[in-house]
Design a binder for this molecule. Sequence first.
Ligand SMILES: [Zn+2]
Ligand SMILES: [Zn+2]
Length: 95
Amino acid sequence: MQSAIPHFFSRTPWCCESRMTRRQTRDNSKGNVNRWFYACRECRSMVFDDWEGIRDGNPLCHCDEISRGQVERGDAYVFRCAKGQCRFREGFEED
Ligand SMILES: [Zn+2]
Ligand SMILES: [Zn+2]
C-alpha cells in the first residue's frame, strides 16, 4: 500500500525496551487529523512519523538533529526533538 506522506522514521523507534506501535490520528480537535505516529504502550509517549514542522533553519536538538516546530497548548510555537529522543524545548523567537 502506498502512502503519500513520507515516513520520518526509516525503522520503527523503540521505547521502554519494546517496539512502538504505528497508529493514525483520528481526532480533529487539534488539526492533527490522519497523521501517522508511533505510540509506546508502556509510557504513553508518542512521536509523529511525518515531516510536519521539520524545516531547514529549525534549531538543532540535543541529538544534533533538526527539531520539529509545533503548536502546543496555549498556542505557543515551540521546537521539540523530532524523534522524541531528548527533552529539547525551545520557544519560537521572532527576529
Ligand atoms: Zn515508553
Ligand atoms: Zn533530540
